[in-house]
Write a protein that binds this ligand. Structure first.
Ligand SMILES: NC(=O)c1ccc[n+]([C@@H]2O[C@H](COP(=O)([O-])OP(=O)(O)OC[C@H]3O[C@@H](n4cnc5c(N)ncnc54)[C@H](OP(=O)(O)O)[C@@H]3O)[C@@H](O)[C@H]2O)c1
Length: 307
């Protein structure tokens, strides 16, 4: 017997890693969806349909027709400062979309797996476990907390995975912190990196592996899944420089306040992942292990001819 799985937001960074992980397991019948007319993940083969999650009718129709046992939502409006500027637009992607998925999943009794963030916390006294009280600082954090509450109020057929600082290589995705940093250092450019934001950094492939295990083991409830180490963004940058053989003296430590960003960031953050480790029986990758994989993928992708 195979299980039907619908992955939404399949063209994002996490979405592409999830489609790779689930399409490799023949016990799943995978359908992926995103807004674009075709799938960006060219490393795997699976069914694909174009879908805007803000369109309630379209979400219901797709879910009713495919009748998945499991829906994994990797879609979100992830530009944290953009959320402060575009409140209505970002609410539609981050909250309305989840309401639409909950309503549709009820029709076919599908379990909904949703991804959230450490930005639900204020970063005053991290790291946080699953029992810690959220207190978001930014509009993005409030939206993601609201989306968690949509699931919590929907019954018990759900799981929420909180993660943080996700990075990795995928096709046509927004440039993430690690990709930008590796490119700048390779060009020999000086970079300013905040030394007062503390937390885990998470290789997208490892996050997808955690979500895959959670689905395989039929888990419900709230889980923190993130890279194994808690360190400052500056320390991560120095490790990345070493992994790439770049000059770490190009990295200049600065304070978050120097950036004058629209959205406030949690500073002393971090996610404690012990629950996921013990219940799922898995270890998450250390920063050095993750960077080793990331470097290989970065070099492979740089060597690939542009399409
Ligand atoms: N990246 C991080 O550091 C981080 C940290 C903590 C938690 N998370 C969470 O992890 C999840 C995955 O993040 P990610 O880094 O993979 O994000 P991403 O690369 O920005 O991908 C998100 C995808 O969602 C899609 N999307 C937005 N609105 C949509 C809509 N109305 N209908 C359908 N698709 C829509 C976007 O498609 P378009 O291209 O069409 O806009 C994009 O492909 C999100 O829930 C995010 O909040 C991420």
């Amino acid at each position: 017997m195979y299980k039907r799985v619908l992955i939404t937001g399949a063209n994002g960074l996490l979405g592409q890693k999830l489609t790779t992980a689930f399409s490799a397991d023949r016990s799943f019948d995978l359908l992926a969806s995103a807004r674009q007319p075709h799938a960006y993940n060219s490393d795997a083969s699976f069914g694909y349909v174009s879908l805007d999650l803000a369109n309630k009718g379209a979400v219901k129709e797709l879910v009713w027709n495919f009748a998945p046992e499991i829906i994994i939502n990797a879609a979100a409006y992830t530009d944290v400062d953009g959320c402060e500027r575009e409140k209505e637009l970002s609410w539609r992607a981050n909250v309305t979309a989840v309401e639409n998925l909950v309503a549709a999943s009820r029709l076919v009794e599908a379990k909904l797996i949703h991804v959230s963030t450490d930005y639900v916390f204020d970063g005053k006294n991290g790291p946080y476990d699953e029992t810690a009280l959220p207190n978001p600082l930014s509009y993005y954090g409030r939206e993601k907390l609201a989306s968690e509450n949509v699931l919590r109020n929907s019954g018990d057929n759900w799981a929420i995975v909180r993660t943080m600082v996700v990075y990795g290589i995928a096709n046509n995705v927004k440039k993430n912190f690690a990709v930008w940093l590796a490119q700048e250092l390779q060009k020999g450019n000086r970079v300013n990196i905040v030394s007062d934001q503390i937390g885990n950094t998470t290789l997208a492939d490892d996050l997808a592996r955690g979500i895959y295990e959670l689905v395989k083991q039929n888990r419900r409830g709230l889980y923190h899944i993130a890279g194994a180490d808690i360190l400052s963004r500056y320390d991560f940058a120095v490790k990345l420089a070493h992994a790439f053989g770049s000059d770490a003296s190009l990295i200049n430590p600065i304070k978050t306040a120097d950036l004058n960003q629209l959205a406030a960031r949690p500073l002393q953050s971090g996610l404690i992942t012990l629950k996921a480790q013990s219940e799922l029986g898995m270890n998450f990758l250390s920063t050095d292990e993750s960077l080793h994989i990331f470097k290989r993928q970065f070099l492979e992708s740089a060597a690939r001819p542009a399409t």
